[in-house]
Design a protein around this ligand. Structure first.
Ligand SMILES: Nc1ncnc2c1ncn2[C@@H]1O[C@H](COP(=O)(O)OP(=O)(O)O)[C@@H](O)[C@H]1O
Ligand SMILES: [Mg+2]
Length: 313
């Protein structure tokens, strides 16, 4: 198979399991429900499932159920015939029809209005539908991927989401863990986002210093990867330094860490701290000596001596 055109970085065991599930389900045409907090990577995972599937060259169409008014969700999904309602001046094909052979993604599926939930349920059961105002029955030939950051089971219990639709969607569910639940992803993701953003902003070669890495690891990232991406982009825009340090990141991030004591940790000897700082910097720069020395603020010669002393590399 050719390589997917999209990557879903997974270094932590928790996200590797997600990637595994995504790879397995990609090979099938099963309906997939992706749950997870906002910014955790649901959209990107849906895209990856499509890219890894035999349907990858067919369309990938998304409908944002939360931001479109209900009438529009309906006509976007099913399409309409000319004259189906005021303003329907000509026939319009819906995404279900346009996604032929590909994937249709319902983003924020919990926001679907009750009448559309009922209609969608019927469509999924029968695998067919009609355009609004139309009589021709059309077969569905697209994989459905539903995304939600809401707890659908709780919404079902509260009577706000149809239970039968929930079961139709809950065939193969992938729960994307929040970023703080996959700590081993934090630094690799930060590095990857920085590299990507640095290219966009013409700042190739920029790096995090050791303290910024510790800050990233200690902060709980309630807004997940999206928050991290925004924080890095903001730092790139506001500073022209070749090295990103904690002071380049928003106050609320720095103070959240200071409050939990994450920036301090247990008290240790200066030698220990030096050892750790050098190890982390070498690792972050993939053992580039000149770059590491620059970040650490010491000469190449001193770095080489200390590297030897601590047995690093
Ligand atoms: N595993 C990942 N590897 C690299 N980038 C990711 C990954 N997951 C998410 N992102 C990036 O993080 C941001 C938020 O992801 P998104 O899929 O939109 O989250 P959600 O749909 O859960 O709100 C996007 O810019 C996306 O490209
Ligand atoms: Mg999203």
């Amino acid at each position: 198979m050719t390589a997917p055109r999209i990557a879903w970085l997974a270094n932590d065991d928790a996200s590797r399991r997600v990637l595994d599930l995504a790879t397995k389900v990609a090979a099938t045409s099963t309906t997939v429900l992706v749950t997870g907090e906002s910014g955790s990577g649901k959209d990107q995972l849906a895209r990856l499932i499509h890219e890894l599937s035999p349907r990858r060259d067919a369309p990938y169409l998304k409908i944002d159920c939360a931001s479109l008014p209900p009438e529009l969700v309906e006509s976007e999904l099913f399409g309409h015939e000319k004259g189906a309602f005021t303003g329907a001046v000509e026939r319009k094909l819906g995404r279900l029809e346009l996604a032929r052979g590909g994937a249709i993604v319902l983003d924020e599926v919990a926001a679907l209005a009750p009448p559309i939930q009922s209609k969608l349920l019927r469509v999924l059961e029968e695998r067919s539908f009609e355009r609004l105002g139309g009589t021709e029955t059309l077969r569905i030939d697209a994989r459905l991927i539903a995304l939600t950051n809401a707890d659908l089971e709780r919404l079902v219990a509260a009577g706000r989401f149809r239970e039968d639709l929930f079961f139709r969607l809950h065939v193969f569910t992938i729960a994307v863990p929040a970023l703080h639940q996959r700590p081993a992803d934090i630094l690799p993701l930060a590095e990857e986002l920085l590299a990507r953003l640095a290219t966009v902003h013409g700042r190739v070669g920029i790096a995090f210093d050791h303290a910024a890495c510790r800050l990233f690891e200690a902060y709980p990232w309630p807004g997940n990867i999206r928050e991290m991406k925004n924080a890095i982009e903001r730092a790139l825009v506001f500073s022209s330094d070749p090295v990103l340090r904690p002071e380049h990141f928003p106050e609320h991030i720095r103070s959240a860490v200071a409050l939990t004591g994450g920036a301090h940790g247990p008290l240790r000897s200066l030698e220990d701290i030096e050892h750790e700082a050098i190890a982390a910097t070498l690792e972050a720069t993939r053992y580039k000596i000149t770059k590491s020395a620059e970040i650490l603020g010491i000469s190449r010669k001193t770095l080489l001596e200390k590297r030897k002393k601590y047995g690093l590399g």
